[in-house]
Design a protein around this ligand. Structure first.
Ligand code: ZN
Length: 311
């Protein structure tokens, strides 16, 4: 039997947060629904952040409620503080990903407080969940785990220390994120092997950006260390606020193709996914989508079921 790898789509959150075109709730729902039908069991559909900061996510509650009505889908959301978590919990979110940054300077510029203050908020959220008996999974994501564009190097010990504290408090999953695309495969192997020693039975996931073209190489390195859960964005949406024109998250379609071609099972229906990618480019006419598979033309050993939407 094939070894399975789980892909979580983050294009609607990580991808859209820098996009100028504001997609309507209706279009976002169409995206979510079609991607779910293409085999995706979890989609990060939004972020509970202040409306004036990121108006793209002003429909967070409405979108979450509607996504929860779709069959066979776990809709998750990102939060950065207790206020955002309360909004997510009150509208019935089933999985909340709390993000803090291993880089003190990145955390300060992103959420205006120290990393330890963010960690304290994470504990407060878990206490709230226990107290009010919410039926929710709380994941912990560590941004800038592999380096920071403001601070530079990030200590591996600090990343593992934060992961350990989040796990001890009850995090269901730890996601190591290469927020600015600084990671290289050797570094990825080293940090995930360190994480493996403390992760226990809970999930570990990787979130890579392709800012410097290292994204898929980093995926392969993480697989070598046993990682079986990856974040990715359709069409490689994402970008970086500190590097205009830079490419974004690893492209979902390319990552799925890499995994399938390596013999892993992803549950992805490529025909449906590539049709959706075409729709995405029509919904976002001013965005340049990344990813090679979307531009590929029929090749000798390219399975025909994968190319039909391209012709
Ligand atoms: Zn990201």
């Amino acid at each position: 039997m094939k070894d399975s790898i789980f892909l979580r789509e983050v294009g609607l959150r990580d991808g859209l947060q820098l996009v100028k075109t504001h997609l309507s709730t209706e279009i976002k729902l169409a995206w979510i629904s079609e991607q779910s039908k293409a085999g995706f069991g979890e989609i990060e559909v939004t972020s509970f952040v202040p409306q004036k900061l990121l108006p793209q996510f002003s429909d967070a509650e409405e979108l979450m409620v509607a996504s929860n009505n779709l069959p066979n889908l776990r809709a998750s959301a990102l939060v950065l503080n207790v206020k955002g978590a309360i909004r997510a919990l009150e509208c019935g979110t089933k999985k909340v990903t709390f993000v803090l940054s291993a880089s003190e300077m990145h955390n300060k510029s992103n959420v205006k407080c120290s990393t330890d203050d963010s960690l304290a908020m994470f504990f407060d959220i878990l206490n709230l969940v226990k107290e009010k008996k919410y039926n929710v999974e709380i994941a912990g994501a560590i941004a800038t785990s592999f380096g920071c564009s403001i601070q530079g190097d990030v200590s591996e010990r600090r990343v593992i220390d934060l992961a350990g504290k989040m796990l001890a408090a009850g995090a269901s999953e730890i996601i190591l994120a290469d927020t600015v695309g600084y990671a290289n495969p050797m570094q990825v192997k080293h940090l995930f092997s360190m994480l493996n020693s403390i992760i226990g039975k809970r999930h570990v996931a990787a979130h890579f950006h392709d800012t410097r073209g290292m994204g898929l190489a980093n995926v392969v390195a993480a697989i070598d260390e046993g990682v079986r859960r990856f974040d990715s964005a359709l069409g490689g949406l994402g970008g970086c606020p500190f590097a205009p024109g830079a490419s974004g998250n690893i492209a979902t379609e390319d990552c799925a193709y890499l995994l399938e071609s390596m013999g892993f099972s992803t549950n992805v229906d490529f025909a449906k996914l590539l049709l959706l990618r075409k729709k995405l480019s029509s919904w976002l006419p001013n965005e340049k989508l990344e990813g090679r598979l979307g531009a590929a033309r029929p090749a000798i050993n390219f399975p025909t079921e994968l190319i039909s939407p391209l012709i």
